[in-house]
Design a protein around this ligand. Sequence first.
Ligand code: CTP
Length: 525
Amino acid sequence: MFFCQCAPVFPPFFLSRQPSGLCFLSVFPPPLPEMKEKNPWHTPATIIITVIGVIAIVALVTVAVLQNRPVLQKYKYGIVLDAGSSHTALYIYEWPAEKDNNTGRVEQKYSCKVKGKGISSYANTPEKAGESLNECMQESVKQVPKERHHETPLYLGATAGMRLLNLENSLASDKVFQAVEKALQGFPFSFQGARILSGQEEGAFGWVTVNYLDDRLKQGLETTGALDLGGASTQISFVSDNYDISESPSNSVTFRLYGNDYNLYTHSFLCYGKDQALLMALAHQTKSGPKTIVDPCFHPGYLEQKQYSVLYDSPCVSARKPQNPTTTFSHTGAGNFTQCQDVVKKVFNFTSCQYSRCSFNDVFQPPLQGTYGAFSAYYFVMDFLNLTDASTPLETVKQKLASYCATPWNQIVQQHPTIKVKYLSEYCFSGTYIVTLLTEGYNFTSESYANINFIKEIKGSDAGWTLGYMLNLTNMIPAEAPDLPPLPHAGYVSVVTITALLLFVLVILSLFCFCPGFKKQPHIV
Ligand SMILES: Nc1ccn([C@@H]2O[C@H](COP(=O)(O)OP(=O)(O)OP(=O)(O)O)[C@@H](O)[C@H]2O)c(=O)n1
């Protein structure tokens, strides 16, 4: 039975309309009614059909939208303190609360640079290490919604500065940790502890961060290597297909992420961060304890009185301290890139290698592969020198560095009045060190140098080990790919809406096709 204007169907059958408005199939033609013009839309049946159709469609679309609408977005948070050798930085990450189970994207919401030096510099006044964190921590209390405070994990990871202090004086290192733990426990977050990351962890988590932010892990794309240059250590991490783990198991980290297996090569060189490398280069030039050195890595006209005791106050150089040096020495600059490279090369050992291939210092390194993201001091230095453009050939980079190093010191100071003199004086050394480390140390060629991208952040989140560390500790990256709904919410609503509209059009068309009374034509009443 179908509600419609009754009309002949297939002769010899007829549809006859009863007073109730219903149609019945009959072999007798209905009686000829009077000829009368009538608006077909005004019949009760068509009105009922249209109303029911519209209500059904509105109901269908409303249910689809409401049922699958994302719940009013709520976020969860995690805080990581990166206690580096030169300074401490705080990062707050956030992710959608309902996607806690591995599918939501974690992003950096806020970062804060702790004033002063790294926590390892407070070895003699440990309580000040804790106090130094207060300002950034108080800001975090404002940044994270109050109702989330108690469930927000708070981690502190210390890197090479504390590794060195721990080697030098483990008691002092413990006291620094006690002080920072006490300070952090005083905040309303869920404090998960403060610890020293191993160099391997620092390298591997930096690699996870870069590839997570680039969406390479979830999509199973080819990964990018990670080059991290700090003040006291430097890390290189990449996936190499030609890598035999058994040759150097200590450089291997295996991951299963989103259903894919990764065999990562990683190595951290303690003392090869740019600050400690500078100390090593200076130590090399002052091993006889001279009163003056003419340093090719500093600008012509540079002159500074420096203390031997400060220069050799690090485990990276203490063993090389000259016998009976004077108290101070005059550090003067010569500004010569080629000679500076010769000095820098002296801090590496390229001669011994017990493996099939090495980077330097008898450390195994498989063949370089793919692209690389170079961050932290790699970025700070190359950005200052205007050398971050990946299209700049290695030869041009060297020429520009040579010209920069040869620029007189007073001219450099005039050109950069806002930059701290200490930083400014070291960019010639730092640029030369970076180029030498990459080419002579890691064996990047003129060709493969083009695969290095100097990056500070990816999609608004800083490149560094902190995000990877938190993702790991909160189990935010699943080993297996999570099951996702076949359609995203917007796609689902669109499909339902289009289907409903098509159904409506179909109903209207069938009324037109099979119910002649629906067409605008005279009706016989
Ligand atoms: N605008 C900036 C900021 C930092 N630096 C330098 O960059 C280096 C490394 O910075 P960072 O990545 O913060 O290293 P740390 O975490 O302090 O060191 P590590 O990881 O070795 O502990 C330091 O020498 C710092 O002086 C710089 O030249 N210019």
